[in-house]
Design a protein around this ligand. Structure first.
Ligand code: CA
Length: 226
């Protein structure tokens, strides 16, 4: 799951990125307003962690831009401006949460889990798709109540397919979601996608799940519960 960290304090930005990376998120960082708009304009993020005071613009305008672009990213504001008005304005513009600085990284992580649960899983800690059960907080998947071991990429791939169920996802969209801007659209990334997709399907089916992942010839894939 891709997270965008918008924060001009370099040290704080990198400590958030390192922490969340260990929690198995893919993190991209924008150190200013302009970079943040560029990235939000180009890519989709699971959640944007957003500082309000940036050297070249305001975090509030970034929220407006994200909403105008109809980005469905979650937004968590992190700010040293702990005024009630800032908090209300941020939430009214569509942010999901507001965390005053200084904060602990474990609390940020808990808020992030909560935003993800609300966005994809109706706020539930456990979500069932017939015989497949997902526990997003602990990143576990069970088939017929038996836990299956998925790699980080296989898990992200399954969640991306499930949360976009009944929609056709192009290979390029999936590659961008899984690797972010760290990987170009080239032969290697297609091969990596085919490998992860093959392994995921095999693990689900070996555990007794039906094959819900439909290959759409020359386009991509669809998670089809029908
Ligand atoms: Ca700042």
């Amino acid at each position: 799951m891709k997270i965008l960290i918008v924060e001009d304090e370099l040290e704080l930005a990198s400590s958030i990125a390192n922490y969340l990376n260990c929690e198995k998120y893919i993190c991209e960082v924008a150190h200013n307003y302009t970079d943040a708009l560029d990235k939000i304009g180009l890519y989709n993020y699971e959640c944007i962690i957003l500082d309000l005071n940036l050297p070249d613009g305001s975090g509030f305008d970034i929220i407006k831009f994200a909403k105008m672009k109809q980005s469905n990213s979650g937004i968590i504001i992190i700010s040293a401006r702990d005024g009630l008005n800032d908090k209300i304005e941020g939430l009214d513009l569509g942010a999901d949460d507001y965390l005053p600085k200084p904060f602990s990284l474990s609390e940020l992580n808990a808020r992030l889990r909560s935003v993800i649960r609300r966005r994809h899983f109706n706020g539930q800690i456990e979500y069932c798709y017939y015989e497949i059960k997902v526990q997003p907080d602990v990143r576990q998947v069970l088939v017929n109540d038996t836990q299956i071991e998925l790699t980080r990429k296989e898990y992200d791939l399954l969640i991306f397919l499930i949360t976009n169920q009944r929609r056709v996802l192009s290979k390029e969209t999936i590659i961008e979601h899984l690797w972010g801007d760290f990987m170009g659209i080239e032969a290697d990334s297609y091969n990596a996608l085919y490998t992860h997709m093959g392994n995921l399907r095999k693990k689900l089916q070996d555990a007794g799940a039906k094959d819900y992942i439909e290959t759409i010839y020359a386009v991509g894939y669809k998670f089809n519960l029908d």
